[in-house]
Design a binder for this molecule. Structure first.
Ligand SMILES: [Mg+2]
Length: 264
């Protein structure tokens, strides 16, 4: 076996919005049958691990929540290590709020954040973003809260094209503050690999491969973590762009099976 564990991206690999990417799902099923453990690593902070676990199971890719890591989980783990039980203002959706609680952190309201009562602000994708939320996040950080970004993805691939990603929300707060976040948890930060290793109990000697659709996040994280990477052409990156940075490129996972399990 060439690889023991595949760290698989979700948006642009398993699905695009509500559309399932069949050729990749079939390829991942074959990897699992061949004994490669699948651990899902996504920058998407909008949903909880349990949601992804259920959705993956429904499409024939059973994964318990410990085999799913989101950038909200990684951000929460980083804060919880430094400030256990911290009060956190979530500029994000329900999945982020849930994962902060799971890490023993205490989500606070917009009003509390605006009064300076938060120890940290976590910024992710928020499709209900308002000026009042940005205002509360700004006041909290000016009052001394840590500024943590779940990820800085510029865009997110959906069924009919591209929509603004968490990075667009982070940039708004970054501009108001005039400084960078204290920490960016998601890909390309290899912190995501570390969180995946701990949470999924991946042994140190395991041979890992990242499977993703982006060069700036998936392939770059793999490079920084010192592990191999397959970039598929079903999401954001073109294969021409990917060829420079990825260990392997293929139109889809099914076409790449040989690279991952073929030489055992
Ligand atoms: Mg992706």
């Amino acid at each position: 076996m060439m690889y023991d564990v595949a760290l698989v991206d979700l948006d642009g690999v398993v699905w695009l919005g509500s559309r399932i990417i069949e050729e990749n799902v079939k390829g991942l099923q074959k990897l699992a049958e061949a004994g490669v453990r699948l651990v899902y690593v996504t920058n998407n902070s909008t949903r909880a691990r349990s949601y992804y676990s259920r959705r993956l199971e429904k499409i024939g890719l059973p994964a318990d929540p410990s085999s799913v890591v989101t950038s909200a989980v990684a951000a929460a783990a980083w804060i919880a290590e430094r400030k256990p039980g911290a009060l956190v203002y979530p500029l994000g959706e329900e999945g982020m709020v849930h994962e902060l609680s799971q890490a023993g952190l205490i989500p606070v309201t917009r009003d509390a954040a605006r009064r300076g009562e938060a120890d940290a602000v976590v910024v992710g994708l928020d499709r209900n973003l308002t000026y009042a939320k940005l205002d509360a996040a700004l006041r909290a950080v000016l009052a001394g809260a840590l500024f943590v970004a779940a990820n800085e993805d510029h865009v997110i691939p959906v069924e009919d094209g591209l929509s603004p990603g968490a990075g667009a929300v982070v940039a708004a707060l970054e501009r108001a503050l005039g400084r960078r976040p204290d920490f960016v948890a998601g890909k390309p930060n290899p912190w995501m690999v570390e969180v995946a290793r701990r949470q999924a109990g991946i042994p140190q000697g395991a041979r890992l491969i990242v499977i993703g659709d982006r060069v700036d996040t998936d392939a770059e994280m793999a490079r920084r973590a010192g592990i191999d990477c397959l970039v598929v052409g079903t999401g954001v990156a073109s294969l021409d762009e990917a060829r420079e940075k990825a260990t392997y490129t293929a139109r889809n996972v099914l076409e790449a099976l040989e690279f991952i399990v073929g030489r055992r």
